[in-house]
Design a protein around this ligand. Structure first.
Ligand SMILES: [Zn+2]
Ligand SMILES: [Zn+2]
Ligand SMILES: [Zn+2]
Length: 432
């Protein structure tokens, strides 16, 4: 059994002054392999610490990054059912809003007889923070949708800055699982047509913004005028609304024929036989008000007959489908999960969840309020709010990784930057 102890102190923030003693923080992290496949971590309690972040990197050709935010009183965590053929790096951050301390990285192979190694220096996490790439914007009528990809690495939030001209309109903190968001009046963001808007993204980790992107510019414009309005823009990184329900990846190609028709479609209402019109990104019957959406194969479906309704991510709206072999509902076009909102008929997108996602499960699940407590909707584990993030107060500080490996083995998951996400249809296609 390998046991290592290290002590490390780090000062952050501010000139020295009264209360200076309170700013000195340190961590003593102890790493053990009590049996094959298990890493047991423990550390000393410090009453000043309000939140811990446990960092775990699975090394190899494609490194995987996992971070758990734990309460200040938690002083141990066990990872079970890891592969004993993999090498992991672990480190711990302790923080109280004003100061933080970080342990060194420990290299651990969870196999009996292989001692964990420690490099003795405070872990450098900057190089492990995720980056935002491929920012693409779709301008619409008083609305923009922003799309991005995120590289493997740690991220607590993706931070999105929205500008009108040079003026910062809003800054949004978004869960790192989210890779696109629509911005419009419904989300409290007023985008005037004809104004040059721009967006810029960062990754937030451990309270610090990292890896700021360049700005992407566009001009919001009425339906049908989006392309012309943006003709003078740099031209790069813009896409336009599409009627098709083909997967979203296709429209990064910005296929000409995939965009909205400039001529009115000639469709006849299946209910009353009247002419169906194209207005405000919707196909609406002029006579009876029935609405239709295309199914991608040349047919148009009556929206009132759809089992799960239409998505709230795209405009034109797309069908919500149930993923094969699961309860999960997702937009057929963007792949975005639509979470059933308890107590109402509607759905939540991850970016609209009132409390965000949990710290206990992988993939992470929504946090919900139960009897004035914030709990994971799947595990019921309690979470508290510390320094702007939800931290897990584990009833039993054990994480079982076997579920993750099962998903990986079946090809049902892919490793994303904060853990494992279930593979989307698009991923399966990419892989084949
Ligand atoms: Zn009709
Ligand atoms: Zn959608
Ligand atoms: Zn959970």
């Amino acid at each position: 059994m390998g046991v290592l102890r290290r002590h490390f102190a780090q000062w952050l923030s501010g000139p020295l002054g009264p209360g200076f003693e309170e700013l000195i923080m340190s961590i003593t992290l102890q790493v053990e392999v009590p049996q094959d496949g298990t890493i047991a971590l423990s550390w000393e309690k410090d009453r000043r610490v309000r939140a811990h972040t446990l960092l775990v990197v699975r090394t190899g050709m494609v490194p995987a990054f996992n971070a758990w935010h734990l309460g200040g009183k938690t002083n141990r965590f066990v990872l079970q059912n890891l592969s004993r053929h993999q090498r992991y790096r672990v480190a711990l951050i302790a923080a109280n809003g004003e100061a933080s301390a970080i342990s060194p990285w420990f290299e651990v192979t969870p196999r009996l007889g292989v001692a964990p190694r420690c490099d003795g220096e405070a872990a450098d996490i900057v190089e492990c923070v995720s980056r935002i790439q491929n920012v693409t914007v779709m301008p619409q009528d008083q609305r923009m949708t922003v799309y991005w990809k995120r590289s493997a690495g740690f991220a607590d939030k993706v931070v999105l800055d929205i500008f009108a001209g040079d003026r910062l309109l809003r800054q949004l903190d978004i869960e790192p699982e989210v890779s696109s968001i629509s911005l419009d009046a419904q989300r409290g963001i007023d985008l005037e047509n004809g104004t040059v808007h721009s967006v810029r993204l960062h990754t937030k980790f451990s309270g610090v913004l990292h890896n700021t992107t360049d700005k992407t510019f566009c001009i919001t414009a009425a339906q049908g005028e989006e392309r012309a309005a943006n003709a003078t823009m740099a031209g790069k990184n813009l896409v336009y609304p599409t009627l098709s329900v083909m997967p979203e990846l296709c429209f990064f190609d910005d296929d000409e024929e995939d965009t909205l028709p400039t001529q009115p479609l000639s469709i006849v209402c299946g209910t009353c036989g009247s002419h169906v019109e194209w207005q405000n990104y919707q196909l609406v019957c002029r006579n009876c008000g029935a609405q239709f959406i295309p199914n991608g194969r040349g047919d148009f479906l009556d929206m009132s007959r759809l089992r799960f309704g239409t998505c709230s991510c795209c405009l034109p709206k797309k069908i919500i489908v149930q993923r094969l072999g699961s309860e999960t509902l997702a937009c057929a076009h963007s792949g975005k999960e639509h979470i059933r909102a308890s107590g109402s008929a509607g759905y939540w997108l991850i970016e609209d969840l009132p409390f965000g996602l949990c710290q206990c499960c992988r993939p992470r699940r929504p946090l919900v309020k139960v009897d004035e407590r914030i709990c994971c909707s799947k595990s019921n584990e309690r979470h508290t709010h510390e320094d702007g993030t939800w931290v897990l107060v584990p009833s039993d500080p054990v994480f079982d990784a076997s579920a993750i490996d099962d998903l990986l083995d079946q090809g049902l998951a892919e490793i994303c930057s904060t853990g494992v996400s279930r593979a989307s249809a698009a991923t399966n296609r990419r892989a084949s």
